[in-house]
Design a protein around this ligand. Structure first.
Ligand code: CP
Length: 309
């Protein structure tokens, strides 16, 4: 597994064997991610954190990951405070970050922005979400969570719920789960169905996902319920958003229909998709999932920068 200087733009850049290797290495990072063990693995390395779009988990967990490895972080969380405001191009901003750091993490509202950034940087670029495109590190932490909680991704029965049209995490996850041959059910409002091209990719890998709008039925024998937010910022029309928001709400009453072992995941932020009453039940895994972003990103930064534990 040699990822030194590799750009990470899409989960499709990885084979199943490579994903397994990253998951296994990330497990070694857990005590360091929790601060129970210390390391200076990335001392002297600098990460640029360029967030052109809002983020809580991805930005903070990348920064925590770099800090836990004793690396340093530069960057911004609001492009309004940068020379983009004066009209600087994305290419020039990337050239600057490239000359100031060893690795560049970028979130941008435009699909394809991370790949473009990689063309202008010698340093490796990690896509932290590009519009409705890809969010590969989210996908890796989702797989890490399923592997940790269920021991086996191959045999997992998973329901992907919510905004399957605009949700970039579910596009990447559907692809990755198909690599493992997992059993997948898509549940969404009719106007937010999984795009045909994503379904075709699953089929090409020998997986035939079930599509339904009936959540209660879908969770009856599921292992994982993966909910997503309706992506308001990607809707061309506010009225259409208002028609579908709140279509599915996960409550304790709903979860009575599910197996006791079912875990509920969500990339967060949640809006109305999960009632807070679920937070204290044994089903809830979304906060653990968010923490798992730290060991996964520590593993990736370590591998990309060529320094192994
Ligand atoms: N899951 C995720 O990408 O969350 P943020 O938008 O807060 O980074």
């Amino acid at each position: 597994m040699n990822f030194k200087d590799k750009d990470i733009i899409s989960i499709k850049d990885f084979s199943k064997q490579e994903i397994n290797g990253i998951i296994s290495y990330a497990k070694k990072m857990v005590p360091y991610a929790k601060g129970e063990k210390k390391t200076e693995l990335l001392k002297g390395k600098v990460m640029s954190s360029l967030f052109f779009e809002p983020s809580t988990r991805t930005r903070l967990s990348f920064e925590s990951a770099m800090n836990r490895l004793r690396g340093r972080v530069i960057g911004f969380s609001d492009p309004g405070g940068t020379s983009q405001k004066k009209g600087e191009s994305l290419a020039d901003t990337i050239r600057m970050a490239d000359s100031y750091s060893d690795v560049i993490v970028i979130r941008h509202p435009q699909e394809g922005a991370a790949r473009l950034a990689a063309e202008f940087a010698d340093a490796p670029v990690i896509n932290a979400g590009d519009g409705a495109g890809h969010h590969p590190t989210q996908c890796l932490l989702d797989l890490f969570t399923i592997h940790t909680e269920k021991k086996n991704i191959e045999k997992t029965k998973i329901v992907l719920l919510g905004d399957l049209k605009y949700g970039r995490t579910v596009h990447s996850l559907a692809y990755a789960l198909s690599l493992y041959g997992a059993e997948i059910t898509f549940v969404s409002p009719p106007s937010l169905k999984m795009p045909k091209e994503v379904i075709a990719e699953c089929q090409e890998m020998g997986v035939e996902p079930t599509q339904t709008s009936q959540l209660e039925k879908a969770i009856k024998d599921a292992d994982v319920l993966y909910a997503t937010r309706i992506q308001r910022e990607r809707f061309p029309d506010a009225e259409e958003y208002n028609r579908v928001v709140g279509s599915y709400i996960i409550t304790n009453e709903l979860l009575e229909q599910a197996p006791n072992e079912l875990i509920v995941m969500h990339p967060l932020p949640r809006i109305t998709e999960i009632d807070p009453e679920v937070d204290t039940t044994p089903h809830a895994r979304y906060f653990t999932q968010a923490f798992n972003g730290v060991p996964i990103r520590m593993a990736l930064l370590s591998l990309i920068l060529g320094e192994r534990l």
